[in-house]
Design a protein around this ligand. Structure first.
Ligand code: DX5
Ligand code: ZN
Length: 227
C-alpha cells in the first residue's frame, strides 16, 4: 500500500520544512500537484519548486500535471527530479505521444482520469502505464469532498488489471481521509493521495501510520500475518 501526502495542503511559506516533515513521516510518495490556470481554474507551482525540494529527501516524487500543454513541462520536471509524471486522459490524441515521451525520459508513467470522464477512456493505454490515477474530486483545489460515484471506476480498473495480468498501481486522489481511504481500499485501490486529511494533523507520522493501517486492514488482498 502506498501513502502519498499531497504537498498542495502544506504550508507554502515553509515548503522545505514541510518536505522534511513528509520525509520523516514514513510515507511512500510525495504527490506534487501542478496546475496551470487553464486545464484547471487554479495555479500551484512549477519545476523550480520541485528542484528546490529535491535535495531534501530521497522519497519518490509523483508529479501530477493538471495542465493543457504538458509537452512543454515533461523535460523540466524530469530534470527537476520527478520519479513519476502523470498526465490526464482528457487530453485525447496527445496522450499516446505524452506517455512515450515520459518513458523516453526514464520516468514512470501515470495516467489520470477526471470524475466526469468514463473509465473506458483509459482502457487503450493500460499496457503502457505504471499507475492509473482515478480522481475522486474535480481537480483544481484541495479540501473537497470525496465523490462516492467513483468507487465503481476503481472496481473496473482492478478487474481489468486482473483479467489482463497487468501491474499498474491504482491510485486515488481527492477527499481521501481515513474513511474514504478504507472505502477505496475495499474495492481495490492501492495508492492513497491525501492532502488536507494528512497535513491537517499535528503529527503527520501518526496520521500516515493510521492511514496505512486502515487501508491494509481493508485491502482487497488480505495480508497474511506471520505467526
Ligand atoms: C486536486 C489535487 C489533489 C489534492 C488533494 O486537484 O489533484 O492531489 O491535493 O487534496 P485533498 O486530499 O485535500 O482533497
Ligand atoms: Zn493530485
Amino acid at each position: 500500500m502506498i501513502i502519498a501526502p499531497s504537498l498542495l495542503a502544506a504550508d507554502f511559506g515553509r515548503l522545505a520544512k514541510e518536505t522534511g516533515r513528509v520525509a520523516r513521516s514514513g510515507a511512500d510518495w510525495l504527490h506534487l500537484d501542478v496546475m496551470d490556470g487553464h486545464f484547471v481554474p487554479n495555479i500551484s507551482f512549477g519545476p523550480a519548486v520541485v528542484r528546490a525540494i529535491r535535495p531534501l529527501t530521497s522519497m519518490f516524487f509523483d508529479v501530477h500535471l493538471m495542465c493543457s500543454k504538458p509537452e512543454i513541462l515533461l523535460e523540466p520536471f524530469a530534470r527537476a527530479g520527478a520519479d513519476q509524471i502523470g498526465i490526464h486522459v482528457e487530453l485525447g490524441e496527445a496522450v499516446t505521444p505524452l506517455l512515450w515521451k515520459i518513458k523516453s525520459l526514464g520516468r514512470k508513467v501515470s495516467l489520470v482520469v477526471n470524475p466526469p470522464t468514463a473509465i473506458s477512456m483509459v482502457q487503450p493505454y493500460l499496457e503502457q502505464i505504471d499507475s492509473l490515477l482515478i480522481m475522486t474530486v474535480n481537480p483544481g483545489f484541495g479540501g473537497q469532498s470525496f465523490i462516492y460515484e467513483m468507487l465503481p471506476k476503481i472496481q473496473q480498473a482492478c478487474a481489468w488489471r486482473r483479467e489482463k495480468n497487468l501491474g499498474y498501481t491504482i491510485s486515488v486522489d481527492g477527499g481521501i481521509d481515513f474513511k474514504t481511504a478504507a472505502d477505496c481500499a475495499r474495492v481495490g485501490a492501492d495508492a492513497f493521495i491525501s492532502g488536507t486529511a494528512l497535513f491537517g494533523k499535528r503529527n503527520l507520522g501518526a496520521a500516515v501510520r493510521k492511514m496505512r493501517q486502515v487501508v491494509t486492514a481493508n485491502s482487497l488482498s488480505p495480508v497474511v500475518l506471520a505467526s
